[in-house]
Design a protein around this ligand. Structure first.
Ligand SMILES: C[S@@+](CC[C@H](N)C(=O)[O-])C[C@H]1O[C@@H](n2cnc3c(N)ncnc32)[C@H](O)[C@@H]1O
Length: 332
């Protein structure tokens, strides 16, 4: 059942992807209830056969809460065999992840922590822009597929603009902005590992950081709270896709939780926005509600999730995304 479903989806999505200019997409998302898995496809650029030459990344979830460990192992084996057969790929091209917080001797493991050291990397293509992905070492590969339409949209409106990318991860939004002709970019993340990865993504596209295109390693909350360094530090486009939760000493509570702390976050961001500038604000929090009173004075907000979530995602609630613009009227 799973194999058949994957084969059919691949046939459809490979054609769809070619038209869109992409080779990476979400193939499967809990479509068959007996196989509660997620499978993403990272096709080889310039592949002879893009439906076969590529890597699959699978998150296999437990099927039933009361399955014995033996039953669970058997189910995982069965799911993996179905994926290999359905996609007609060798075992080394299937990369299986264990989603969710994995317990270690030290307590909960962070989602962004390294989980392996094999460094199986490859280059993929998205609308003509190249990205390095790492299939083996982290729970996420370095490119969140659900933000593909928003990255494209940022790239399309970036010409001549100043762009700020917060919680930037591997800087995919910034690379699109640079390729789209942004005159200045500031890319902020607290992880050196991910910022180095961003610099490699720039290099892959013939770009590099410089005086106008800065890379800043900092706690975004601390950096934002400090405010712009001068009157001139204003941005036309701000991208803010924060984690649902972050251990930040900057917050009074000793941590950052998007549901609770977004009013402060948006207020701080507003000080960096140029007249008529806009903010793309997104979250994966399932319980998130944008508090109308959290929209900063002088700004209006519109939810754009129905356009920002890509068609290959069955879960249309994978994220929610808003566009906040300076000068719009907010219906309060
Ligand atoms: C949800 S992802 C952002 C996804 C990214 N915008 C994208 O689309 O590729 C989380 C990123 O936030 C960073 N991060 C988490 N807490 C942070 C903080 N307080 N300050 C700066 N970066 C933080 C992590 O290092 C990680 O790179």
């Amino acid at each position: 059942m799973l194999g058949e479903r994957l084969a059919n989806r691949m046939k459809h999505l490979a054609k769809w992807g070619r038209k869109q200019g992409i080779s990476c997409f979400r193939l499967y998302e809990r479509d068959v209830p007996d196989y509660p898995a997620i499978v993403d496809w990272y096709g080889d650029p310039n592949a002879a056969d893009p439906t076969r030459d590529g890597d699959a990344v699978a998150w296999l979830h437990a099927r039933k809460k009361d399955d014995t460990p033996e039953k669970e192992i058997e189910h995982r084996r069965d799911a993996q065999a179905e994926i290999l057969a359905g996609l007609n790929i060798p075992a080394e091209r299937l990369h299986v992840k264990h989603r969710g917080r994995q317990r270690t001797g030290d307590g909960d493991r962070d989602q962004y922590e390294r989980v392996d050291t094999k460094s199986t990397t490859k280059i993929v293509d998205e609308h003509g822009i190249r990205f390095e992905i790492n299939l083996s070492d982290y729970l996420d590969v370095g490119l969140f597929l659900d933000h593909r339409p928003t990255r494209r949209s940022v790239g399309e409106r970036a010409a001549g603009k100043r762009v700020l990318n917060l919680f930037a991860y591997t800087g995919a939004f910034s690379v699109h902005a640079r390729a789209g002709g942004a005159v200045a970019t500031t890319t902020v993340d607290m992880s050196r590992t991910y910022l180095d990865w961003y610099e490699r993504n720039l290099t892959l596209n013939g770009l590099s950081s410089d005086r106008d295109h800065q890379v800043i390693q900092a706690d975004c909350l601390q950096w934002l709270e400090a405010g712009p360094s001068s009157e001139h530090e204003r941005y036309d486009i701000v991208i803010c896709d924060p984690p649902t939760f972050s251990n930040s000493k900057r917050m009074k509570a000793g941590s950052f939780a998007i549901d609770r702390d977004h009013p402060d976050l948006l207020r701080w961001i507003a000080r960096f926005v140029a007249p008529k500038g806009e903010v793309f604000f997104s979250t994966n929090s399932r319980s998130f509600e944008l508090d109308d009173s959290a929209v900063p004075a002088g700004f209006g907000s519109r939810e754009i999730s129905n356009r920002s979530v890509p068609d290959d995602f069955r879960n249309q609630r994978i994220h929610r995304c808003w566009r906040l613009a300076e000068g719009w009227e907010q219906r309060r």
